[in-house]
Design a protein around this ligand. Structure first.
Ligand code: NAD
Length: 496
């Protein structure tokens, strides 16, 4: 579609910002709303319900009633599968509408919200749908006078609190396994990207998901988010967001009912390039592409580029040559590969980190400036810093913007020490043509995912999550069922 066609569609959009509880759209109890503006050009998208504790109470009560009467939890797995497959099909059928909402809400290019976000969210729901009637329980190897069944049961009411960088995908990573396993969900989307969550819930209802099974409470973290995480009738929280708020999640559980808390948090992933790698240009291109994708607003962005000192000058020059290809453009133009950062606050944060990199003595070799300011939106050039030391803020803190820091290493041991010198441990990448080195380094890296000679592969079939302060538990793959199910042992006596 042309830029003008997308702009026309955007102009006609009147998104519904009301809550969705018990299968119905409704205003918040006290009628409060907040204005949602687009980072694309600053336009007002609409007023969104600002859920408070009373609304969260209603949503949790609805989910609890739905869970307890078994309208979903006691349906056979094959029946839940059918509904969730229809839900996934419904998401795909609404691709253009959902992609446009996502792009306007949080600024990513329309080509990626259409080709990545909507299909990945749909595939996630479909994958868990297809899995749920293929997972078996266990029988323990006990003696002849007993039978011990080890079964998995749904947790009950799951609170899902998600960020704005991949709003639909992050929601789907919670919804897929939680709903397939038979739970009921209350989803709290980010206040910066609330719209697609409500449309997802409507599409789920149309697919036959019973009312009350999937509720959405848009609003702010310290209001709706806190009320959900503190709620005594929520059994588990699936949280994706910052490490700062992840700490709060653990405290909320401690202060309330010790609900299970699964945190998927920040990252400062290292990308290690050894001089023996035989295709440095592919490595440089991948570093730039992985870092600048989604405006650098990816938890797993390889934001620390660790390069051997013998090849560093050459390698930095190669990455710098690729950077301009990611210059920000209008997110509604299908040729644009980098869009707007999510809001003015995020723009200020990113520009503040760029200033701190310069102040601390790093050398800015590409980008470094705000872009497209006359659009009324928030854009940052793809930025590359060389001569970064690992004690600088741009090397230690998650920037969540298009800023890549190059740190030089002397040898393998130094590279591993630098890579692991981080509070985070989400992902890492090793580039070496030496098979022993690749394996040795991959084993030594303290990260939930290690890539070897690539950074792009990803699939719903593999677990996603981090070591250290990048979180606990894992999203995706069959392992995600561990988060949303309880293990039950049932002993039966068998008389001889
Ligand atoms: P954030 O922590 O500010 O917010 C995440 C969610 O928590 C939002 O819905 C927000 O409203 C809510 N929230 C904020 N304060 C809260 C509080 N006091 N109580 C309850 N809820 C609260 O994070 P963000 O800025 O939306 O997202 C960016 C972060 O998410 C980055 O750190 C990124 O690395 C991380 N992330 C991690 C993964 C992963 O899988 N590990 C994936 C995507 C994003």
């Amino acid at each position: 579609m042309s830029l003008t066609s997308w702009q026309e569609r955007a102009g006609q959009l009147r998104p519904d910002g009301r809550l969705l509880i018990d299968g119905l759209r409704r205003d918040s109890t006290d009628g409060r709303t907040f204005d949602k503006r687009s980072p694309v050009d600053g336009r007002l998208l609409g007023a969104v319900a600002r859920a408070q504790a009373a609304d969260v109470d209603r949503a949790v009560a609805s989910a609890r009633a739905a869970f307890d009467d078994g309208r979903w939890s006691r349906q056979p797995p094959a029946a839940r599968k059918k509904v969730l497959q229809k839900f996934a099909d419904g998401l795909l059928a609404a691709t253009d509408e959902l992609a446009l909402l996502e792009t306007l809400d949080m600024g990513k290019p329309i080509r990626f919200s259409r080709s990545v976000d909507v299909p990945a969210a749909a595939r996630c729901i479909a994958w868990y749908a297809e899995a749920i009637d293929k997972v078996y329980d266990e029988i323990a190897p006990t003696g002849p006078s007993a039978l011990a069944l080890i079964t998995r049961e749904p947790m009950g009411v799951v609170g899902a609190i998600v960020p704005w960088n991949y709003p639909m995908i992050m929601a789907a990573w919670k919804l897929g396994p939680a709903l397939a396993a038979g739970n009921c969900v209350v989803l709290k989307p980010s206040e910066k990207s609330p719209y697609t969550a409500m449309r997802m819930a409507e599409i789920a209802l149309e697919a036959g998901l019973p009312p009350g099974v999937f509720n959405v409470v848009p609003g702010f973290g310290h209001e709706a988010g806190e009320a959900l995480a503190l709620h005594p009738d929520v059994d588990a929280i699936g949280f994706t967001g910052s490490t700062r708020v992840g700490r709060r999640m653990l405290a909320y559980a401690g202060e309330s009912n010790l609900k299970r808390v699964y945190n998927e948090l920040g990252g400062k992933s290292a990308f290690l390039v050894f001089p023996d790698f035989d295709d440095l240009d592919r490595a440089a291109e991948t570093a730039a592409a992985s870092m600048y994708f989604n405006q650098g607003e990816s938890c797993n962005a390889p934001s620390r580029l660790l390069v051997h000192e013998a090849i560093a000058d050459d390698f930095v020059a190669r990455v710098a040559r690729h950077a301009p290809a990611y210059a920000p453009g209008d997110p509604l133009d299908e040729t644009t590969v980098m869009g707007a950062v999510v809001d003015e606050g995020q723009l200020r944060t990113v520009m503040g980190y760029i200033a701190s990199g310069r102040e601390e003595g790093a050398r800015c070799v590409a980008g470094g400036r705000q872009a497209r300011a006359d659009s009324g939106g928030y854009y940052v050039e793809p930025t590359l810093f060389d001569q970064v030391r690992s004690d600088m803020r741009i090397a230690r803190e998650e920037i969540f913007g298009p800023v890549l820091s190059v740190i030089r290493f002397r040898d393998e041991a130094h590279a591993i020490a630098l890579a692991n010198d981080s509070a985070y441990g989400l992902q890492a990448s090793v580039w070496s043509s030496h098979i022993d080195r690749a394996h040795r380094v991959a084993r030594a890296l303290r990260a939930g995912t290690v890539h070897v000679n690539q950074y792009d592969e990803d699939d719903i079939t593999v677990p996603f999550g981090g070591y250290k302060q990048s979180g606990n538990g894992r999203d995706k793959s069959l392992h995600a069922f561990d988060k949303y199910t309880e293990l039950k042992t049932t002993w039966l006596r068998i008389n001889a």
